[in-house]
Write a protein that binds this ligand. Sequence first.
Ligand code: AMP
Length: 306
Amino acid sequence: MSLLVVGSIALDSIFTPFGETADALGGSAVYFSVAGSLLHPVQVVGVVGSDYPRAELERLAPRGIDWSGVEQAAGESFRWKGKYSYDLQSRETLETRLGVFADFQPKLPEAFRQAEFLFLGNIDPELQLDVLSQVHRPKLVVCDTMNYWIGSKKAPLLDLLSRVDLLMVNDSEARELSGDWNIHRAGRWILAHGPSRVVIKQGEHGALLIEATRTFYVPAFPLETVFDPTGAGDAFAGGFMAYLARTGSITEDNIRRAMVYGAAMGSYAVEQFGIRRLEGITLADVETRVRAFQDLTQVSLAQAPV
Ligand code: AMP
């Protein structure tokens, strides 16, 4: 079943306590597709400027990433600059330059309009709405957002929220969007505004899947080496959506399994700078880590003494 993503295609400058990179390949759509393509082909919609190293994107095409929906426009590419704290738990955005994304008007190729699984990656909510309106009959629509858009585009974001099946955000975004510091109440607030499910990512504390009557939790993989948390959320989304597209099922059980694939992909993303680690892993590596999650979380309570 086809999988489509719209999101930023960026040049990232990242500062962590372990080093820094400048103008590295990044953006929500890039992390999503590099991770997701390990499980399922990904179609990408977006725009890059005349300064973008398009050959770098094309180099990734054999993984199963279809970049034909990425326009190259005259002007500057999207650029993001961020700096992480010593414990990598928080980050400060130093600069966001929208560049060619400011005037982008997506026009989806006909083949892309048939997409069954649609991920509206972190980008202007008006662009997310535009892409959503062009896809004929998606089976599952999931969207992400960021403090930048919650602050500047709240109205279209709320409109979008009422039209999607699942919102996938991190804990600080859920708090900011709902105005509630409690993550479970924030999840409830989001459900009341449209989606039937919300995934709240909590970095090294794992991720929650909140539904009307149930909550599911997947921990973060216990890593001893973390270099760069950038893109972990998008890699999570890539693993989550590509697993669903690969298996073609959106039952509750399958969505829980997709959470584990998401967590596995997110854990690989942070092990090296940028997309480097995700580029180097195989499907067998992903399966090994998914099995490790099973061992990490399984417990038999039937024989517990009372
Ligand atoms: P994550 O670490 O999962 O939140 O994703 C980080 C990626 O999001 C980076 O590669 C950035 O290029 C991209 N990004 C940062 N700010 C924005 C924004 N306001 N809109 C879209 N993408 C962004």
